[in-house]
Design a protein around this ligand. Structure first.
Ligand SMILES: [Zn+2]
Ligand SMILES: [Zn+2]
Length: 343
């Protein structure tokens, strides 16, 4: 016989609105009954390990991203800068372009290979819940897909096959989810790609003007038709990426500022948590008070350095129910409830 507290299933649908979900009885859990579990008790045990999503589509998209940057590098260096007569112009633009491209690719690598904030898989066990020392009446949610205890504002990603804290969206271009731990790198990636695209477009315009004024056969080491085709393709690529990454950058900064992820906006889950002010949210996302390190993909986030973040998850048999409420009565009742769910 089941304990009366274990009766609501399908928490993905009912999350935050369990009482209103269809097919649920009047005894089901109300949203206000759920007390969020703080981040320091449920966290990614693999935060320090190498993170890479084995998704064919994502890997292809990530490789395409790198190839497009390599193509831009080739055209900028071999079609525009090296044949240019003005050495100062070539050196300055060469340094600026390569610096921005390097930071864009470094941000891409960090966004791709950083754990976005994955919740430990399969920690919905009796032993683990007991180790949390939850108060009677407190409610926790289990993800039915990866069998993990879901912290507040975590969502399951079907590509990563994990629950991700403050998941914004899964981006195939970085072959990873954008979440709490790697949003900074994703924002930097979109910013540097937008800047490098803008720089490319300016250089293409200057090169066209230079070639029109001068002899077309002398303005490039390639034939005039090849030069025109290569420049038009770069122009097209630059425009496309400038628009796309600028919009993404703006959306991400807006998400951070409003303390509201893309998925939360999509699911209409806004206003269910205490929002932090814009500047504070920016400091959390970028790992500390404003400094040059905000623009660096090489500085980590201070939250990941907190040793309390890395707790050992006790192993045990996974609890079957998707909503787990700590019984209000004594400990023996709690034992019985757990036994009811595990058998
Ligand atoms: Zn999950
Ligand atoms: Zn994902």
């Amino acid at each position: 016989m089941r304990s009366p507290v274990h009766r609501c299933r399908d928490t993905e649908r009912g999350r935050g609105q369990a009482g209103a979900a269809s097919g649920m009885g009047s005894n089901c859990l109300q949203p206000e009954q759920r007390i969020p579990i703080s981040k320091d008790v449920i966290t990614a045990s693999s935060a320090s390990a190498m993170w890479f999503i084995k998704d064919a589509c994502g890997i292809v998209c990530a490789v395409i991203t790198w190839l497009l940057v390599v193509y831009a590098e080739f055209v900028v260096m071999f079609v525009m800068l090296l044949p240019a007569k003005d050495l100062t112009y070539s050196i300055i633009n060469g340094i600026v372009f390569n610096f921005l491209a390097f930071l864009a690719l470094a941000s891409h690598l960090r966004a791709m290979c950083t754990d976005p904030g994955a919740v430990p898989k399969g920690n919905a066990t009796r032993e683990y819940i007991e180790s949390l020392h939850l108060k009677p009446g407190q409610v926790v949610y289990k993800c039915p897909k990866c069998c993990s205890i879901k912290p507040d504002r975590a969502h399951h990603c079907s590509v990563c096959k994990r629950c991700i804290r403050k998941m914004d969206h899964h981006c195939p271009w970085v072959n990873n989810c954008v979440g709490e731990n790697n949003q900074k790198y994703f924002v930097l990636f979109t910013m540097y790609i937008a800047l490098v695209s803008l720089h490319c477009l300016v250089m293409v315009v200057f090169h066209f003007l230079y070639c029109f004024e001068d002899d077309w056969t002398k303005c490039s080491s390639f034939s005039p038709p090849a030069t025109v085709i290569l420049l038009i393709l770069l122009c097209f690529e630059g425009l496309l990426f400038l628009i796309f990454t600028s919009v993404m950058f703006g959306t991400q900064v807006h998400s951070i500022c409003t303390d509201e992820t893309g998925i939360e906006r999509l699911k209409g889950e806004t206003g269910k948590w205490k929002k932090v002010p814009c500047w504070e949210a920016m400091q959390v996302a970028f790992g500390g008070p404003f400094s040059l390190s905000w623009c660096s993909p090489f500085t980590g986030l201070s939250c990941k350095k907190n040793p309390e973040d890395h707790v050992t998850v006790p192993l045990g048999k996974i609890i079957e129910e998707d909503v787990i409420e700590i019984p209000l009565s004594d400990h023996s009742n709690m034992e019985e409830s757990f036994l009811n769910t595990t058998h």
